[in-house]
Design a protein around this ligand. Structure first.
Ligand code: GLU
Length: 386
C-alpha cells in the first residue's frame, strides 16, 4: 500500500467528528465465566476518553446485557425463551451501565444510558425525539451508551443485533464513522478458517453481490451478529454517507490499532453524511402536508437558516411531529422539504407566532424552530446570507 493511502487510512478514525462504536458481547463478556472483561473495557474507556479529549463526539452501542444477565440470574443453557432473554436483559443492563459509568467517570467522562427499540428509528415522530436526545447529550459532552431495549423488544419488533442498531444510530445523528468491534479482523475474500490463503479486504467502496456473498452466516456464542449483519450495517451507513470499519477487539486498545493501520476493513461512502441526509429528506419521503411561508422566512431558508413559526402563513394537510412536509413560498414555489417539529394541529396554533410565545400557546416548551435547518432540504439554490 502506498504511503499516501496508508496515511489516509490512519487518519479516517482520528479525523471523524462523530463516531459510533459498537462493541460485541463476545468482547465484553468472558465466554468461560460469563463475567465482564473489565481490563479490556478499561482499555477501551481510555481510548474513548482520548477521543473526547481531541474533540470527537463519541457514542457507544454496547451489547452484553443478555450475556451478563444470564449469568447473574443463573439461567441455564436450556432457558432461552423470549421472556428469559428479556429478564436477563433487564438484570444485565444495570451491570453493563454500571461498568461503563465507573470506568468512564474515573476518566472524567459523563455517560447517559439510551435504550432504543426498532420503532425509535423507524417511526418518524419517535425518530425525531431520539435524535434530539442524542444530539443534546453530545452537545453536553456526554457519551451516550446505547443498547436495544431488549426487555420490551419481541421478535417482530426488534433489531435483534446491535450492528444494525449501531448503523441506525449513526444514520440518525449523521455520524461520519461507525466502528464495529467484534472477534473478526474484517471481511476476507474467502473463509479464513477453511482457506489458509484467505486475504483481508482493506477497503470496500461498493457493496456488490460478490462482496455480499463473502459474508457467510457466522455467529459467536454470545452475540447475535455475524458478517451478514455487519454488511447490512455497512450498507445503511454507506447510504447515509458514513464510513464503517470492521475490526477485531481481541486486543487491548483496539481503536488505537485501527489508527495504527492494523488489520480491518473500511467501507467508504461516496458522499458526506450531510448530503446523504438532505437527499433522504428530499428524495425518499412522501410529504404529508404543506407549510406556506412568507417572503422573510423564504429568504432565511435560502440563507441556510431554520424555519420559525413566525414566518408560517398557512398549514395544509394532517401530519404528526417528525413527518415530512413541503415548504412553499409566497408565489407558491416549493422551496424545501423538511421534517416538521410540530404536528398539524399545533402547527396551526403556532402560525405567525414568535418562538417565545409558543410555550404559552401549546402548554409546554417545544422546539424553537418549526423545522430545524438540519431537517430541511432546499429545492432551490441557496443564497448567500445578506
Ligand atoms: N442487545 C443484546 C445485549 O445487550 C445484544 C445484541 C447483539 O449481540 O448484537 O445483550
Amino acid at each position: 500500500m502506498s504511503v499516501v493511502a496508508s496515511s489516509a487510512r490512519r487518519d479516517r478514525l482520528a479525523s471523524a467528528s462523530c463516531v459510533v462504536i459498537k462493541i460485541g458481547s463476545s468482547l465484553l463478556v468472558d465466554a468461560a465465566t460469563g463475567r465482564l472483561n473489565r481490563d479490556w473495557l478499561a482499555s477501551v474507556t481510555d481510548e474513548l476518553a482520548r477521543m473526547r479529549a481531541r474533540g470527537q463526539q463519541v457514542l457507544v452501542v454496547s451489547s452484553g446485557a443478555i450475556a451478563l444477565g444470564r449469568r447473574y440470574l443463573g439461567l441455564g443453557r436450556d432457558q432461552r425463551r423470549l421472556e428469559e432473554h428479556q429478564a436477563a436483559a433487564a438484570a444485565g443492563q444495570i451491570l453493563l451501565a454500571h461498568a461503563w459509568q465507573d470506568l468512564l467517570e474515573a476518566r472524567g467522562q459523563k455517560i447517559a444510558q439510551v435504550l432504543l427499540t426498532l420503532d425509535d428509528t423507524e417511526n418518524r415522530r419517535r425518530y425525531l425525539n431520539a435524535r434530539n436526545t442524542l444530539t443534546t447529550l453530545l452537545r453536553l459532552g456526554v457519551i451516550p451508551v446505547i443498547n436495544e431495549n431488549d426487555t420490551v423488544a419481541t421478535q417482530e419488533i426488534r433489531y435483534g443485533d446491535n450492528d444494525r442498531l449501531g448503523a441506525r444510530v449513526a444514520e440518525m445523528i449523521s455520524a461520519d464513522c461507525l466502528v464495529l468491534l467484534s472477534d473478526v479482523d474484517g471481511l476476507y475474500d474467502a473463509d479464513p478458517s477453511r482457506q489458509a490463503g484467505a486475504r483481508l479486504i482493506p477497503e470496500v467502496t461498493r457493496l456488490t453481490p460478490e462482496i455480499e456473498a463473502l459474508a457467510g452466516a457466522s455467529s459467536t456464542e454470545f452475540g447475535s451478529g455475524g458478517m451478514v449483519t455487519k454488511l447490512v450495517a455497512a450498507r445503511i451507513c454507506m447510504n447515509a454517507g458514513c464510513s464503517t470499519v470492521i475490526a477485531s477487539g481481541r486486543r487491548l486498545h483496539p481503536l488505537a490499532a485501527i489508527e495504527d493501520d492494523g488489520p480491518c476493513t473500511w467501507f467508504l461512502p461516496t458522499r458526506s453524511p450531510r448530503a446523504a441526509r438532505k437527499q433522504w429528506i428530499a428524495g425518499s419521503l412522501v410529504p404529508r402536508g404543506t407549510l406556506q411561508i412568507d417572503a422573510g422566512a423564504a429568504s432565511a431558508l435560502k440563507a441556510g437558516r431554520s424555519l420559525l413559526a413566525v414566518g408560517v402563513r398557512a398549514v395544509e394537510g394532517e401530519f404528526q411531529r417528525g413527518d415530512p412536509v413541503l415548504v412553499c413560498g409566497p408565489g407558491g414555489t416549493c422551496l424545501a422539504h423538511g421534517l416538521v417539529a410540530y404536528g398539524s394541529d399545533e402547527a396551526r396554533l403556532a402560525i405567525g407566532q414568535r418562538s417565545e410565545a409558543l410555550e404559552a400557546l401549546l402548554g409546554y416548551r417545544g422546539p424553537d424552530e418549526m423545522i430545524h435547518r438540519d431537517n430541511l432540504a432546499l429545492l432551490v439554490s441557496p443564497e448567500p446570507d445578506a
